[in-house]
Write a protein that binds this ligand. Structure first.
Ligand code: SF4
Length: 249
């Protein structure tokens, strides 16, 4: 039997998937999971605990929150020698800011969700991903034991449609989900975190100091300065998502 597994990212699009399930517009999944990277924005959990989890439980769906440390084999560092940083940090090693590859999303989310599913007895699964139609470039169709399904794309919903759908449910507008220290945040998002989630911003600032002990050329944003010393009033063109596809949805 192939199980249907909704892998919630905890953001706007995931709230829209929850709305579709609650309205009966799509059949509920066999399993629903949200992986806790243990660095997720506090605003995500507040919204999940106050809005999404209670709404889903009314229609019989349990959203399992799985701490990544239960299943991940790596945390911040990985690679063959264990000395590669797994987040897409900026580096000024060559002068101009460049960006490291993203391994964290796969290690902390995708692999953790699959290992958790196996522990639930799943042998073959289709993971639902909350990409909206404006995110077609993120879609990766895979075949084999683990496949993907895209309920919002099936319904032709874009991000604004998702927000409207959630608001029609009477739910507050969902916050964007991400790790508080994610280098994929654009300037607007750093400014928002600074103003609206100061404790998360402080954790990110401390984290940036820690990674700079490992490598003094590393930064969390593209300014080449500490996030506490950066001016985020000017927009940038950074795309705030990760290609592997489970973050920021
Ligand atoms: S939100 Fe950012 S730091 Fe967190 S897992 Fe995704 S890409 Fe990595």
């Amino acid at each position: 039997m192939r199980h249907q597994i909704w892998s919630s990212g905890g953001g706007v699009q995931s709230a829209a998937v929850a709305a579709l399930i609650c309205k009966g517009d799509i059949a509920p999944p066999d399993l629903a999971v949200i992986v806790d990277t243990e660095r997720e924005m506090s605003t995500t959990w507040k919204y999940m605990d106050e809005v999404i989890v209670p709404a889903l439980s009314k229609v019989g769906v349990t959203l399992h929150r799985v701490p990544k440390s239960l299943y991940a084999t790596v945390d911040l560092m990985g690679g063959k020698e264990g000395n590669d940083i797994l987040i897409p940090a900026f580096t000024t090693q060559s002068g101009e800011p460049g960006k490291l590859p993203t391994f964290c999303s796969n290690e902390w989310k995708s692999r953790v969700a699959r290992r958790w599913a196996v522990d639930q007895g799943v042998k073959e699964g289709t993971f639902w991903m909350g990409f909206s139609i404006d995110e077609l470039r993120r879609v990766k169709v895979v075949s084999g034991k683990w496949q993907n399904r895209f309920p919002l794309i099936e319904k032709r919903l874009n991000r604004n449609d998702c927000i409207a759908l959630v608001e029609r449910m009477g739910w507050p507008t969902p916050p964007r989900s991400s790790c508080w220290m994610c280098p994929n945040h654009n300037h607007d998002e750093w400014q928002w975190i600074k103003e609206n989630a100061p404790e998360d911003f402080k954790k990110a600032a401390d984290f940036e100091q820690q990674i700079r002990i490992i490598d003094p050329d590393l930064w969390l944003s593209d300014t080449g300065k500490l996030i506490t010393e950066s001016d985020y009033s000017q927009p940038d063109d950074l795309l705030s998502f990760c290609k592997s596809g489970e973050c920021f949805v």
